[in-house]
Design a protein around this ligand. Structure first.
Ligand code: SF4
Ligand code: SF4
Length: 603
């Protein structure tokens, strides 16, 4: 591609967008919002859009978006010596005062150094000098364990970014205007509840190389005590506060009520969910599945008011877009039938991010069928009732039979099941139960008149921080491969049942990244310089980072963990107690009004 073709490509993406808000390039404070993947992937991320709106709503800041150029273009950027440029004005990344990454997937960690390098910003935070942009990051990965990428990021937003991001930008802007030292700006940021500044937390390792906790710094520079923080943002409806004093041993995550609009800000056809106008219905989930990081890190479950959602549907109608209902378990939304009826009354189609087999209604399924949906996806996660009790899934074969009947009645032909292998305590019987469950569901389909295909989407289980399984080893790759082959072979007789397995190798890289510590920064960088994630294992060997130990060692309940400096507001011992309950297969009921069980709703 020529230089002009690259510039025209960005301008043409912008020209084809329909935006609800304006990004005014003349505002003085420049914020580069970076999604560490392509435009096509990133523009379907609602979190990015919500933060973009908030940045541009600030009177002094101009938010512009940056994405990873497609692989085919990366070499052309180098050839023409072009820096990473924004979609809005083609401003180079290095001109921004602040750069904010939205990190949603572990595999995107490898794109962070690439983007910074292309943007001509020093990749490692320790190499940045006074006038370099301050690099912040948020998103689910930043929330559950920021350590693997903390060499690249100056400050992380832990939890939900809305409202907190304005607060963070105000402090940085004040620091820039008053010419504070960079270190003082970072120290001031560390005083905000919900902000983690890695320079203030020095990881320690014991003689065997195991993570042993953090040393807390007193300040980043000798001038730390001179920092004065003035906060002028309105922090109504938020638990964000500014405090003075020493570095806190634990950073409490930020979260907020869903009392404002949360939906697509910039509509474009050139993205994964391009046909859709995304409306966030709910956040957090109260079902307590024990493997689910989002279930623990985004409590308590909250829903948007129906009138806010209907107004969003009206905006989707004005653009003639399909409505994408976003949330942890959409079918749990109390007014779901009224909402889908309203969408249909506008002549619109819709789809749902996730459905629970035990809360599906005929109105929802009929609407999906009328929207052209050909498949209902159910996530039993495990085959046996025993293992579903261990993970607290609470879905029975009867629930699945009911979901299949609803699908058949609505004329939806195909069913997809999400399954994990390698869950804690899994036995060979549990693996064979996946096969018999698939056969049962296929039989329900025959009985109900679902004439299509049954697809099993099977993935290795990855233990995640802030879940009761955070201490558990990942099942060995060889065993998981064997189990996957057993399932495939056993179901191969029926050509209407297909088994899809997504890259197990990648799952094991994710497994290391999810629970890794700060040493991974150099390893990620080395892998990127050697060609990308496929070089990760080699880079681990070069740096003597024991992947097997990281993946397969069961952690002691009392041992320090790299994410211990974060506080999800769960009561002391809650996760360990849930681990014990999983071993004894004790059911933990969903969140309910007045409950204070896990500690999040206390106070
Ligand atoms: S239903 Fe379970 S898996 Fe789904 S979001 Fe809720 S807790 Fe997570
Ligand atoms: S305190 Fe109870 S209702 Fe609140 S998040 Fe925890 S379990 Fe759910």
């Amino acid at each position: 591609m020529t230089r002009n073709e690259i510039l025209n490509g960005l301008q043409s993406l912008r020209a084809k967008e329909v935006s609800r808000i304006e990004s005014n390039p003349h505002k003085p404070f420049k914020v580069g919002l970076v999604y560490p993947n392509t435009y096509f992937v990133g523009m379907s991320n609602l979190g990015l859009q919500i933060i973009y709106e908030e940045i541009n709503a600030r009177p002094t800041s101009c938010g512009e978006r940056y994405f990873l150029p497609p692989n085919s273009e990366l070499r052309d950027y180098e050839k023409h010596r072009l820096p990473l440029m924004s979609v809005e004005t083609q401003r180079p990344l290095y001109e921004c005062d602040v750069i904010g990454f939205d990190i949603t997937f572990e595999m995107d960690y490898f794109n962070i150094p690439t983007l910074l390098k292309l943007g001509r910003v020093p990749v490692k935070r320790i190499h940045r000098i006074e006038r370099d942009p301050i690099v912040i990051a948020g998103g689910p990965c930043a929330t559950f364990n920021p350590e693997p990428v903390s060499d690249f990021i100056d400050a992380f937003i832990i939890g939900e970014g809305e409202e907190l991001v304005s607060h963070v930008l105000s402090v940085i802007e004040q620091g820039r205007n008053e010419q504070w030292l960079r270190s003082d700006i970072l120290l001031a940021l560390s005083k905000i509840t919900g902000v983690y500044v890695p320079a203030l937390y020095e990881p320690q390792f014991d003689d065997s190389g195991r993570f042993a906790g953090y040393h807390l710094a007193e300040g980043i520079s000798g001038t730390a005590e001179n920092v004065a923080v003035t906060v002028t943002e309105n922090t109504k409806n938020t638990n964000s506060t500014v405090s003075t004093g020493c570095v806190v041993p634990k950073v409490t995550r930020h979260w907020k009520s869903l009392d404002t609009v949360g939906e697509t800000v910039i509509a474009t056809d050139f993205t994964e969910f391009g046909a859709m106008y995304i409306v966030e219905v709910a956040r957090g989930c109260g079902r307590h599945c024990r493997f689910c990081m989002a279930g623990y890190c985004y409590r308590t479950p909250r829903v948007r008011r129906l009138d806010l959602l209907k107004a969003g549907v009206d905006r989707a109608a004005a653009l003639n877009k399909k409505v994408g209902l976003m949330g942890a378990a959409i079918s749990d939304y109390p007014d779901i039938d009224e909402l889908v009826t309203y969408i249909r009354s506008k002549g619109l189609r819709y789809s749902c991010a996730s459905l629970r087999a035990d809360s599906l209604t005929q109105a929802v399924v009929d609407g999906l069928a009328a929207s052209g949906q050909q498949t209902i996806t159910i996530a039993p996660e495990a085959g046996s009732d025993r293992l579903r009790r261990v993970i607290n899934k609470g879905i029975s074969n009867e629930d699945m039979a009911k979901a299949v009947k609803l699908a058949a009645k609505a004329g939806i032909p195909h069913i997809r099941l999400y399954i994990m292998v390698g869950l804690p305590t899994e036995t060979e019987e549990d693996v064979m139960a996946i096969v018999s469950m698939a056969e049962d569901v296929y039989a329900y389909m025959q009985e109900a008149g679902c004439k299509g295909r049954l697809t099993l989407s099977v993935n290795p289980f990855i233990p995640k921080p802030f879940t009761p399984f955070q201490w558990m080893p990942m099942a060995h790759q060889k065993d998981v491969t064997k189990k996957l082959n057993t399932i495939k072979k056993a179901l191969s007789k029926n050509r209407r049942i297909e088994v899809l397995v997504e890259s197990p190798k990648e799952a094991y890289i994710q497994g290391v990244l999810a629970r890794g510590d700060r040493r991974l920064g150099d390893i990620i960088l080395a892998a990127v310089e050697a060609g990308g994630p496929k070089q990760f294992k080699k880079a681990c060997n070069e740096y003597a980072y024991d992947m097997d130990e990281a993946l397969y060692r069961e952690r002691e309940l009392t041992e320090p963990l790299p994410w211990d400096m974060l506080d999800m507001q769960l009561a002391e011992g809650y996760l360990a107690a849930e681990w014990q309950r999983s071993l004894t297969e004790v059911y933990t009921p969903p969140c309910q009004e007045g409950c204070k069980r896990c500690g999040v709703c206390v106070g």
